[in-house]
Design a protein around this ligand. Sequence first.
Ligand SMILES: [Zn+2]
Length: 577
Amino acid sequence: MDHEDQDCPDNIFKRVSEHTVNYFARFGLYAVKILAVAALGTVKGLKLVFSELLGFLSFVFKGIRWFWHGMTESIRLRTKRNKELYNNVRKSKKRGKAAHAGAVTRFAGSFLFGEDGILYTVFNYTMPIISVAFFVGIIRYGSSLEYGIAVDFNGKEIGIINAEADFEKAEREVQQRIAYNENDKTIDLSANFSLKIISDNDKLMSSDQLANKMLEASDEKLTEAWGIYIDGKFIAAVEDKDQIQKALSDRLLNYHVDGEVRDLSYKNKIEYTQGIYLQDSVMEEKPAIEMLTSSTEKKGVYIAQTGDTTVSVCQKYNMSLDDFKKLNPYNSDMTLKGGQVINILETESYLPIQYVKEFETLSFLDYETVEYETSSLNVGVKTILVKGMPGEKVSNTEITYVDGIERSRKTVKSVVTKEPVIEQIGIGTYSARPDPNCRPVTGSGEMGWPIDGGWISDTFISDRNHKGLDIAANEGTDIYAAADGVVISAGWNSGGYGYMVQIDHLNGYQTIYGHMSAVFATENQTVTRGQLIGAVGNTGNSNGAHCHFEVRYMGVCYDPELFLNTVDGTNEEDPDG
Ligand SMILES: [Zn+2]
């Protein structure tokens, strides 16, 4: 315990300041330590990087030195040796002429031919270069050579081909030519192959040429002829192919078709190949032509479709009507029933003839139907407002026939010549009606009942040359426009109508609504059927609340009942028609 300093303010200050200084001093020490560690670390790091770099550089330098040393070693050895030999020569001078000459010879010999001598050194340096050049040369020569496959057949080299696939093709070809034989003749077609460098005198063979060679190498009787191939398949060989070609083109020329056709040709590809063929597969030209132009008839059945007739079926199968009757004795009717089984005769040519015919066909396009609500019709009335019309389409169709029978068809072009007309059906929304006890009115319905309720209190003309229809109702009852139009007059009329509205329906018709208590429409206003235009009243020349309703056509008054219909769903007429 420090008794002296206790409770003394000076001492407390001193202690506090001492502590503070202490702290700062300590902090300073730590800071210096941290800085020192950081500095040390940096130096160590740099040293590490530097030494690594140095190591690497020294490695590179050592490498270069080793290489240089190796490359110049023999030169250095040579120099050293030269020095020794030259010293010998100098020393030998003192030992007489013979010794001197011997030393000179040794020097020259060693200089030229000795180990590390000039020639040896030159050889050492140039050899690798020569080797590389030689090696490159061999590769280039090797890759510039052409190789072929020599075919050994029946112990004899018969030719060189490009690839083994050519042999396989030739093998198939030979087999085809043999297959013609009915006596199941077989030729051993196994061959040996070897790689061969092709010289200028060698020629690569095609598979056709190889096939000929293979046949030649066999022990068969062979002859030079023309092979006839249909769709790549060997059929027979002939000596004179011109006769065959002429007969086939004559058949095309004489082929009869009604109407215009194009692309008249044989369906199959016919080819002729000159070569060596087995004697047995060569045919006389006449029977060959007979075979190629022959046709066979085959019986079959056809299931009749709706709309088929005997004539259409005969056309479909290129049959005569007589044949049809013979094959179908119980079906003498011209019209056939769908699903009926018909016997038919199909003609199959050895070489079918095909052609294309073009047709123009007309087809119809269905029209759409739309329904929409309209106040131009009373509620419950549904009627066609615009009649739908089918459209028309003209199509160009190409039909391919084979031996007169349709085999495929495609549409080349089609043009819509008439767009379909959409059918429009109106659903009535107009709901104004007379009171239930009022007698029904059964006019055209072109105009709507103009009052919300009411009843007929006086008819057109009646006994006093009345120009309209009087509809009685309580004062203030709504009055509606009877049809769409434009208000041409709205307000007070001094001629007896009182408050009135006059509407022009823009189709020659006008309507008038008189004796109103209030007018809601204004002049030039466009109104639709059922729109509120005023209220029932007793103004003007009137006895009791009613609406005087007038219909004029071109200025002449007509009976409004002709245009009104108050019976639900009975108006099915087209109001436009
Ligand atoms: Zn009246």
